[in-house]
Ligand binder design. Structure first.
Ligand code: PLP
Length: 445
């Protein structure tokens, strides 16, 4: 526990009460407030390896991983060392510096095909929201068209035009979108069900000449995990090319984490087709605020200063964040991915077995190491947002709290994916497995 919490110990409840007085909902990002699972959020004071420790000194096995960045686990020694060295050199220069080129190199080297196509150029930004917002502006600037197509339940951050039928917190709170987004902004985003080729065909048939881009999560993981249907991503590629629109592949969640999203996070293998633009975030910042837009050179060069599409950022390419990202990607070896995939298989199958044993109807939604559970969906499966929303979400609260009680910190929403890391060793995984049967019974009640 940190010194201030030792000299002035406060319970999670006391901390939440003070936070709620100062910050809307007591949080800086809605899902953290435990709104959909109820109860008092645990206020974490430290993180190491696969564990989080709260202000009351309780240790949890962490399955949130800072919502994705903690691929190597918390406080990975080499990442911390790189960050310390960067801090010693100065917190920021507001100039070009070598580490941003190094991170761009690492991203490009892993997201390209044999001909060097893929993430040919990269622009660093500070958040995933900024990356997708910039990618949309870039697509509009490069094509001279206005419309953007997104899929219901896909979350691309909280910029105005992308909040329509978004997943993540918007799904958790059951909102159709967001107040404060004007009709004009919303009207330039067309929302269709995920995995629905006919709907995509129809929109292109009616308005194809106005479509600047289709944006999609490489594999959706913000309405729970929803695997793309066989060939669905390739179909998006084909139809956008046919109509002169761009394909934006949002890899903020999946990039450098899963190996089945169209390219291999570990080795950059591309499966026969490429999007025009990618967005990355989370893992590439190693736990500090960094994200990126990347893609074809001739499109990326539309960005200022080489082109007329404006993007800038006081902290874009911040050297401390770059150092964390570089160290993380340098240590994201094939063995790391194999380990995470293996441990995810173990946890996901144990989850399914525990729910079966407790008689809880469910499906485990899984792509690579990312997975989530959807209750009461075994008959239909979950291939789109309507099915995700129709699940028995009420079962998740009791399940979540039984896991928390047993020292396992799950995402506080059924619509969020579970994240494992290189630091989830067999001891940590066993703690998860031991907690599952009781939690499954709680979900059955
Ligand atoms: N895109 C996807 C697929 C995401 O999962 C997220 C966040 O979870 C974002 C964009 C937004 O990223 P950020 O929260 O860094 O703004």
């Amino acid at each position: 526990m940190r010194e201030d919490s030792v000299t002035n110990p406060q319970t999670n409840q006391q901390l939440f009460d003070s936070a709620r007085d100062l910050m809307p909902g007591g949080v800086n990002s809605p899902v953290r407030a435990f709104g959909s699972v109820g109860g008092t959020p645990a206020f974490m004071v430290s993180a190491e390896g696969p564990y989080l420790t709260d202000a009351e000194g309780t240790q949890y096995v962490d399955l949130v991983g800072s919502w994705g960045p903690a691929l190597l686990g918390h406080k990975h020694p080499q990442v911390i060392e790189a960050v310390h060295a960067a801090v010693d050199a100065g917190l920021g220069f507001g100039t070009s510096h070598p580490a941003e080129t190094r991170l761009a190199e690492l991203v490009r080297s892993r997201v390209q095909d044999e001909a060097g196509r893929g993430a040919e150029m990269i622009r660093m930004v500070s958040t995933g929201t900024e990356a997708t917002m910039t990618a949309i502006r870039l697509a509009r600037g490069a094509t001279g068209r206005n419309l953007v197509i997104k899929f219901a339940g896909c979350y691309h951050g909280h910029s105005d035009g992308l909040l329509a039928a978004a997943g993540s917190g918007v799904a958790t709170l059951g909102l159709p979108g967001s107040a404060g987004v004007t009709e004009a902004q919303a009207s330039e985003t067309i929302v269709i069900e995920y995995n629905d080729r006919a709907a995509l065909e129809q929109v292109f048939a009616e308005r194809g000449d106005d479509v600047a881009a289709v944006i999609t999560e490489a594999t959706p993981a913000n309405m729970g995990v929803v695997p793309p249907g066989e060939g669905f991503n390739a179909f998006i590629r084909e139809i956008t090319s046919r109509h002169g629109a761009l394909m934006i592949f949002d890899e903020v969640m999946t990039g450098f984490r899963i190996t089945e999203a169209g390219y291999w996070g570990a080795s950059g293998r591309v499966e026969g087709w490429l999007p025009d633009l990618f967005t990355f975030g989370k893992v590439i910042g190693g736990g500090l605020p960094t994200a990126a837009v990347a893609g074809r050179r001739e499109i990326m060069e539309h960005l200022a200063p080489t082109g007329p599409v404006y993007h800038a950022g006081t902290l874009s390419g911040n050297p401390v964040a770059m150092a964390a990202g570089v160290a993380t990607l340098e240590h994201a070896t094939a063995e790391v991915y194999q380990h995470i995939d293996r441990q995810a298989d173990v946890v996901a199958s144990a989850l399914g077995e525990a729910l079966d044993a407790a008689g809880v109807d469910h499906s485990i939604q899984k792509v690579g190491s990312l997975f989530s559970v959807a209750f009461g969906t075994s008959a239909t499966g979950v291939s789109n947002y309507a099915q995700a929303q129709a699940q028995e979400a009420f079962r998740y609260g009791p399940f979540f709290h039984a896991m928390l009680e047993a020292g396992v910190y799950l995402p506080p929403s059924v619509f969020e994916a579970w994240f494992l890391s290189a630091a989830h060793d067999d001891v940590a995984v066993q703690r998860i497995l031991d907690a599952l049967p009781k939690a499954a019974e709680a979900a059955a009640a």
